[in-house]
Design a protein around this ligand. Structure first.
Ligand SMILES: Cc1cc2nc3c(=O)[nH]c(=O)nc-3n(C[C@H](O)[C@H](O)[C@H](O)COP(=O)(O)O)c2cc1C
Length: 359
């Protein structure tokens, strides 16, 4: 465990420990993507993590996917996020914003403009999603034109600048888990015949161009990217050349000198080792359903530099202190993950609160 409590650096930041809070959608924004007044409280409570990564946040109106998910594309949103960054910094923390374009996972009822979702190709995700009128199927998306692709890259650039203006320490580009960038990478969602589809260099092009634009705008030391090789969320399948694609992608991203790659890891450790070998900056590795006793293993074995955790962070604002002292953990309550409001959001007790409640 001690490996997790040694300091490290990330870009220009000094992190006091190697635990990060993984990005988690909590859907506590208004219908037009403005984070509520609870959001600064939630993140500030968790400031003892070496790094906080926010929930997926839309870089544009098109990018908004879920009901009450936040955005970072207008002044009101920037002003609300400023309160989050300020609150976290006041508690001594560091925070990156995850930029998430939902692509074909969006539903028109969940966006401000109510237009059809966009995607690399007109292929439906065929997923059920929550909307103001109940669960619905994700509709057929509109394929982005070449001009739209360039505009979407530029939207990420502007959103990154907005996040920095709001006081964030950096941004994480969401290239994982079935959303737009991941849709470009996956051969069953991207059947484009232009330079953004087909062979691996083409399917990886959108991710690389977004990363370049963001790094160019806010600095590579303030840019990270999340990838999820082999993860079949949102109906995606990387295809038979998937591993090769990720080796190529990470090698190309390495040339940009980004602060980190964050792997959401389900697949085989062989690929993870290959990616590690191709990456010279910091590697964050989230493993779904990792047992607590294995939490330090990847850092101890040199496979990762930083370990993000999601549900433990959600349920334990003082997870760092609890892990260090071997204290018991609060259980996360899935019924309040996306329920809105304070319950299950800012009321998980710290050890100190729990003991004074008993006393
Ligand atoms: C409530 C919830 C919301 C999530 N939202 C996001 C998100 O916005 N962006 C993202 O990249 N991953 C998201 N994830 C995935 C987590 O970052 C993480 O990869 C996953 O939960 C596995 O980690 P864990 O076993 O520590 O929970 C979410 C997970 C949960 C539980």
């Amino acid at each position: 465990m001690t490996a997790l409590f040694t300091p490290t650096t990330l870009g220009n930041l000094n992190l006091p420990n190697r635990l990060a809070m993984a990005p988690m959608a909590r859907l506590r924004a208004s219908a037009d993507g403005i984070p509520s007044s609870l959001v600064p409280v939630y993140y500030a409570q968790r400031a003892s993590f070496g790094l906080l990564i926010t929930e997926g946040t839309a870089p544009s109106e098109d990018g908004q996917g879920y009901m009450n998910s936040p955005g970072i594309y207008n002044d009101e949103q920037i002003a609300a996020w400023k309160k989050v960054a300020t609150a976290v910094h006041a508690e001594g923390g560091r925070i990156f914003m995850q930029l998430m374009h939902a692509g074909r996972m969006a539903h028109p009822e969940n966006t401000v403009h109510h237009r059809d979702p966009v995607a690399p190709s007109a292929i439906s995700a065929n997923q059920t999603t929550f909307t103001p009128s109940g669960p619905q199927q994700t509709p057929m998306p509109r394929a982005l034109s070449r001009e739209d692709v360039l505009q979407t890259i530029d939207d990420h650039r502007t959103a990154a600048r907005n996040a920095i203006e709001a006081g964030f320490d950096g941004v994480e580009i969401h290239g994982a888990n079935g959303y737009l960038i991941n849709q470009f990478l996956a051969s069953n969602a991207n059947i484009r015949t232009d330079e953004y589809g087909g062979r691996i260099e083409n399917r990886a092009r959108f991710a690389i161009e977004v990363a370049k634009a963001v790094a160019d705008e806010v600095g590579p030391e303030r840019t990270g990217i999340r990838l999820s090789p082999g993860v079949e969320l949102g109906g995606l399948n990387d295809g038979p050349d998937g591993d090769e694609l990720y080796r190529y992608l990470v090698s190309e991203l390495d040339k940009l000198g980004l602060a980190y790659v964050h792997i959401h890891h389900y697949g085989n450790d062989g690929l993870l080792r290959d990616l590690r070998a191709r990456w010279s900056q910091k590697l964050l590795v989230t493993r779904a359903n990792r047992p607590l006793e294995d939490i330090a293993k990847d850092v101890e074995n040199g496979l990762a530099d930083i370990v993000p955790v999601a549900r433990w962070a959600l349920a334990n604002p003082d997870f760092v202190e609890r892990l260090q002292s071997g204290a018991a953990l609060n259980e996360a309550d899935p019924s309040t993950f996306y329920s809105g409001g304070a319950k299950g959001y800012i009321d998980y007790p710290t050890l100190q609160q729990a003991s004074s409640a008993v006393a």
